[in-house]
Design a protein around this ligand. Structure first.
Ligand code: NAD
Length: 375
């Protein structure tokens, strides 16, 4: 293994949760942090003992000691900051989505090829314990032949600041696109989407998007599969839920309907009442280096020494954070592509962008770009 990788963490809202994980990973040095507000930067730097601090992202990129940046800034900054980092010779991990336009996604795929640096979109659902559970069933062949996948991400984001009010639901779709494409490891080829319902009048003009719900069908390239995804953000009564349901010929997996419930596994060819059973999903901590295993359990972000820091998100996103960190670092250490890599991240992100275009065009089929030129 090469030396430890010097990480710079950019954006310290949700992003701050990753600091203690990098600090405990045997392959990383949590080297620098960056965010615009100087006071909060110092508060977090002092609490976690990170010495190198920046309020200016461009200045941070000039530091030759930084091997990789992990970007957790607001959505409109993702593409620009990722491109700048790749062109400055840094590897990039970036929270979702990769970008806000198809053109930006193409630029990022090209920048990866030109720089030889690695890019990973830090999609939490594909490293959640439920996803890891169904992935294990899939890889062991226990599902039989997979016939269909569906996923949802419903969240009430009323009152969120900045760019959130009125956001088209499919512009933040990777939490449901990622799992349905990620399980069979297939790219999306074509997408078609309908809008449904109407959000409050004052939010509609912000993005010119009226829809309360957007539902899309995706055709998976090189397979006989299609998948359905559902998104809502405003004016729909639904507890926060991300989910993937997978229907196989032998077994089917359904994500818990309500937070705190167990998932359901259906087994074919049994007496009707014996088909469904509740299953306890394990935490998959054993896949991780010992030091970061505790982070798969909810709530450990507020660890004793950092109690005075209040994190906006918490919750742990299905225990995914340490798995994401581990995958990114090991891809760099082993000089292999991370999962999802730049092309996969671009494909997942563009499904959402094109789905919304499709909804505005009454469900018109939209073909995903082909980035094979960069192979
Ligand atoms: N499950 C998930 O994957 C998940 C969950 C929550 C948030 N997110 C993503 O994380 C990102 C941040 O969300 P949040 O809720 O923490 O937002 P936030 O507004 O609380 O925090 C944003 C952070 O970025 C910093 N920042 C803003 N502009 C910057 C710039 N130009 N240079 C450097 N730093 C800058 C801010 O100072 C702040 O620390 C969003 O893109 C969001 O989509 C993903």
């Amino acid at each position: 293994m090469p030396n430890r990788i010097n990480i710079a963490l950019v954006g310290l809202g949700f992003g701050a949760e990753f600091i203690p994980i990098y600090q405990r990973h045997p392959q990383a040095t949590m080297y620098a942090i960056c965010q615009r507000n100087f006071e909060k930067l110092n508060q977090i730097g002092d609490a976690f003992g990170v010495a190198v601090r920046h309020t200016d992202y461009d200045e941070l990129l000039k530091d030759p000691n930084i091997d990789a940046v992990h970007i957790n800034s607001p959505i409109p900054n993702h593409a620009e900051q990722s491109l700048k980092a790749l062109r400055a010779g840094k590897h990039v991990a970036c929270t979702v989505p990769m970008a806000t336009t198809v053109e930006e996604c193409t630029e990022l795929v090209k920048a990866c090829r030109e720089s030889g640096k690695k890019y990973m979109m830090m999609e939490t659902v594909v490293y959640s314990r439920e996803f890891l559970f169904v992935k294990e069933l899939y890889e062991k062949g226990e599902l039989g032949k997979v016939q269909f996948l569906k996923a949802s991400h419903q969240q009430d984001m009323d009152g969120w600041p900045g760019y959130w009010p009125g956001l088209p639901p499919m512009h933040y779709a990777t939490h449901c696109v990622g799992p349905v494409l990620g399980l069979p490891r297939a790219d999306a080829e074509v997408v078609s989407c309908f809008g449904s319902g109407t959000i409050r009048e004052e939010m509609i003009p912000i993005y010119g998007s009226p829809f309360a719900v957007e539902t899309a069908h995706i055709k998976l390239r090189g397979t006989d599969l299609s998948a359905r995804i559902i998104r809502s953000l405003f004016d729909v009564a639904r507890q926060y839920r991300e989910s993937i349901d997978v229907y196989g010929s032998k077994k089917a997996f359904e994500w818990p309907l309500v937070e705190g419930e167990d998932a359901v596994l259906h087994t074919a060819k049994r007496a009707e009442h014996e088909i469904p059973e509740r299953v306890k999903v394990p935490d998959y901590a054993h896949l991780l280096p010992e030091g970061i295993r505790p982070f798969t359990t909810k709530g450990v972000y507020d660890m004793a020494e950092n109690e005075h820091l209040s994190f906006t998100q918490g919750g742990g996103h299905g225990g995914s954070h340490p798995h994401l960190v581990h995958e990114f670092l090991m891809a760099l250490a082993e000089d292999r592509e991370p999962w999802p890599n730049a092309k996969q991240s671009a494909n997942w992100t563009c499904v959402g962008i094109l789905a919304h275009e499709s909804a505005l065009a009454g469900g018109e089929l939209k073909r995903l770009p082909d980035w094979s030129f960069t192979a």
